[in-house]
Ligand binder design. Structure first.
Ligand SMILES: [Zn+2]
Length: 381
């Protein structure tokens, strides 16, 4: 989601275009040219695609503005070749609200389609004028532009209402399930069904030869999995404090320890995150934090035993050094036992500080690391 272009703001919500989006237009232009389309034909085609994406933006605004009604802000809306994505800061916890927010997107397309239908009905024109039959080549012109826009909006409504979580229909389904079951269970069922639908999309993509559908299949599959995990995490950490998950017994590693003599520190404990300290004549000075995987990797690197994956594929930032103070992360974030765990966990990920000291009355009372929170989630869900 990083490489994208800002198009502007609508009702205070930033609108972005992903770099792959123009590729879609280029693909259609290339396709048109190879079918011998002229400049006018291409203009109609590109104009049609852009109009559909205006409908897609309005669809996403339907979600965003109804979420705002419930006090939930939208981070941004991004246009992708597979459609639009509105990133809401959170999802409404009340099932009925989630159902409303999910329905308000397709509702926009229903309104557009109904408007076009009404126009054709009142002007007694045929909705099927110039619409290509099965097997005909798609050529867009002044006659079939609006009829095709009607059919595309109708298609968008039907497609989005397929219960493939996290697509709109799947969100409605989760909302309905959440009335009866717990949020985690409802998400689990919806997410499994979402992944089954994703496999169905992949098969459908093979049969119809549509690459966009394959992208949607991947998108649905991965976000369904990811969203289930994040709901699981959210529920397990809810109303919990740092105190509930922190470790009060912990190993401190002196900053001058090197890779040759760090081994005893990590083999005598199961801890995954360590604080790095400097012992001065005035006491212990906290310098930073380091994780077991970082240490093990540095040892392997030092001995030239890195695996192919670690060397070329893994995207973990590489740290060079021989001493703990060179290898550690020097970002220190002090916690107190009564801080809310969900907020702290989010900070760990966003600020990339995997190990945090816990202080109470100016004394170090515990350690909280990323792995421990993951373990806590597993035990509590
Ligand atoms: Zn939607």
């Amino acid at each position: 989601m990083k490489q994208r272009l800002k198009l502007g703001k609508i009702s205070g919500i930033p609108l972005y275009m992903h770099w792959t989006f123009p590729l879609l237009i280029l693909y259609f232009v290339y396709d048109g040219l190879s079918r011998g389309m002229d400049a006018v034909g291409l203009m109609w085609l590109v104009g049609f695609i852009l109009t559909i994406f205006v409908c897609v933006i309005l669809h996403e605004l339907g979600h965003s503005l109804s979420a705002r009604w419930y006090g939930i802000d939208t981070e941004d809306i991004t246009l992708l070749p597979i459609g639009g994505v509105a990133r809401l800061r959170s999802m409404p916890r009340k099932p009925w609200r989630e159902i409303v927010v999910a329905l308000m997107g397709p509702a926009v397309n229903v309104v557009i389609a109904a408007g076009l239908f009404g126009y054709f009905w009142l002007s007694s024109k045929s909705l099927f004028q110039g619409v290509p039959e099965e097997g005909d080549e798609l050529i867009i012109n002044a006659t079939n532009f609006l009829p095709l826009l009607f059919f595309t909006n109708t298609f968008l409504v039907i497609f989005n209402m397929i219960p493939a979580f996290p697509m709109d229909g799947g969100r409605v389904l989760r909302g309905l399930l959440a009335i009866r079951f717990s949020r985690v269970r409802a998400t689990q069922i919806a997410s499994i069904l979402g992944r089954i639908c994703a496999v169905g999309f992949a098969v459908w993509s093979f049969v119809s030869g549509s690459p966009v559908l394959m992208l949607i299949a991947f998108f649905v599959y991965f976000t369904a999995t990811q969203e289930y995990q994040s709901v699981q995490t959210e529920e397990a950490l809810r109303e919990k404090n740092v105190r509930d998950a922190m470790r009060t017994q912990f190993t401190l590693i002196p900053a001058e320890t090197n890779l040759d003599n760090v081994v005893p520190y990590i083999t005598t404990t199961a801890e995954q995150g360590f604080l790095v300290v400097e012992n001065t004549e005035y006491g212990t000075d906290l310098k930073g934090g380091i994780t077991r995987p970082t240490i093990i990797r540095a040892i392997k690197q030092h001995k030239g035993q890195e695996s192919f994956f670690q060397k070329y594929i893994s995207r973990r930032p590489k740290k060079k050094g021989f001493f703990m103070h060179e290898l550690m992360s020097d970002k220190v974030r002090y916690l107190t036992p009564d801080m809310p765990l969900p907020m702290v966990y989010q900070e760990m990920i966003q600020m990339q500080i995997p190990v945090m000291p816990v202080r109470e009355n100016n004394e170090l009372v515990g350690v909280l690391d990323y792995y421990q929170v993951r373990e806590f989630v597993k035990l509590n869900s």
